[in-house]
Design a protein around this ligand. Structure first.
Ligand SMILES: C[S@@+](CC[C@H](N)C(=O)[O-])C[C@H]1O[C@@H](n2cnc3c(N)ncnc32)[C@H](O)[C@@H]1O
Length: 274
C-alpha cells in the first residue's frame, strides 16, 4: 500500500497517531521536500520517528516515481508531505501512477495552509481561488496572478496568496547548458517573504491600472500576512499593502491574504492582528 501522509504545519509532533503508526511500520519512508518545509529538520524527524527518512526533491519524485512505488504492492511505503498531502500540492501524479501499477493507496490527512489560514479570523467560506505569487527575476515578471485576485475581489472574496518557494531550482544558465547546477533555496532568504510579495503586488497593480481600479485593488488595500502558521512562533499581521512592505514577519514560511468584503465578525477578528 502507498500511504500519502500529511505532517501538518508546525513541527514533528503534528503528525497524526494514525500517520505515525504507518511511518513506524512502513518498509520505506520518503519525505517530500520541495513544496513546503516543517519547523523541524530532517534529522529531528528521523529521531522522532526512530527510523531513516529518504528526502525526495522534485526531480526525484518526477523521475524516480517508479522507485518510490517499487514493492508497494506487497509492503507499506510511506510518502510524507508537509501540510496535507493534497493541500495546494500536486501529488495526484504519484497516486495515478500507483493506480496504473494496480497499487492501492490511502491518504492520511492533516492541517493545510489552505484551512489553517483561518487563524487570522477570516471565514474560509469567503475565500476565492488560491493564487501562487511567483518570485520575479530581472527577466521574468508575470502579473497573471493579479487577474485572479481581481476576479475574487469582484465576487467579494478573499485571496490566499502562497509564496513560491524554490528549494532546488536550476539557474536559467545551467538549464540552457543542460548542467545539473542548482540555485540556493530562496525561502531561506528574506526575499521570499510577505513584504517582498507586497511590493511585487503593488508593482503588478501599477502594471494593470484599469483592471485593479475596477475592484478597488490598490496599495491601500487591506492584506494579512501569516508566518509559520501552526508553530509556536506563528505571527499574523493585518495592515495595508503599502504598510506591509515595512513589516518583517521573520523566518519562513509566509503567506499573504488580499482581503475582500468583510463580514462584521471578520472585521472584529482582524482587529486582533493590527
Ligand atoms: C505549495 S504550498 C504547500 C502546501 C502544503 N502541502 C499544505 O497543505 O499546507 C507551500 C506554500 O504554502 C504557504 N505555507 C505553507 N505552510 C505555511 C505556514 N505554516 N505558514 C505560512 N504559510 C505557509 C507558503 O506560502 C508556502 O510557500
Amino acid at each position: 500500500m502507498l500511504y500519502l501522509i500529511g505532517l501538518g504545519l508546525g513541527d514533528k509532533t503534528d503528525i497524526t497517531v494514525k500517520g505515525l503508526e504507518i511511518v513506524k511500520r512502513a518498509k520505506r519512508v520518503y519525505l517530500e521536500i520541495y513544496t513546503s518545509i516543517l519547523g523541524d529538520d530532517h534529522k529531528e524527524l528521523e529521531g522522532f520517528y526512530g527510523r531513516s527518512v529518504i528526502p525526495a526533491d522534485r526531480e526525484f519524485v518526477e523521475i524516480n516515481a517508479d522507485e518510490i512505488l517499487n514493492g508497494a504492492d506487497v509492503d507499506d511505503i510511506a510518502f510524507l508531505v508537509v501540510g496535507d498531502p493534497l493541500g495546494a500540492t500536486t501529488h495526484t501524479d504519484l497516486i495515478l501512477r500507483a493506480k496504473e501499477r494496480k497499487i492501492d493507496y490511502r491518504l492520511v490527512h492533516n492541517a493545510s495552509i489552505i484551512n489553517a489560514c483561518g487563524a487570522c479570523g477570516l471565514q474560509l467560506y469567503n475565500f476565492g481561488e488560491v493564487v501562487s505569487i511567483p518570485l520575479w527575476t530581472d527577466s521574468w515578471k508575470p502579473t497573471s496572478y493579479v487577474e485572479k485576485i481581481c476576479q475574487n475581489l469582484k465576487a467579494n472574496l478573499h485571496t490566499l496568496c502562497l509564496l513560491d518557494i524554490k528549494v532546488k531550482e536550476q539557474s536559467i544558465e545551467a538549464m540552457m547548458k543542460g548542467k545539473k547546477e542548482y540555485l540556493p533555496p530562496t525561502f531561506m532568504s528574506a526575499s521570499v517573504a510577505s513584504h517582498v510579495a507586497s511590493q511585487q503586488l503593488i508593482d503588478s497593480i501599477q502594471e494593470l491600472p484599469e483592471l485593479c481600479a475596477a475592484v478597488n485593488l490598490s496599495e491601500d488595500s487591506t492584506c494579512v500576512a501569516l508566518a509559520r502558521v501552526g508553530s509556536e512562533s506563528q505571527k499574523i499581521h493585518k495592515c495595508t499593502l503599502k504598510e506591509m512592505i515595512q513589516v518583517d514577519m521573520g523566518p519562513p514560511l509566509h503567506s499573504l491574504i488580499v482581503v475582500g468584503k468583510l463580514h462584521p465578525i471578520e472585521e472584529d477578528m482582524l482587529k486582533l492582528f493590527e
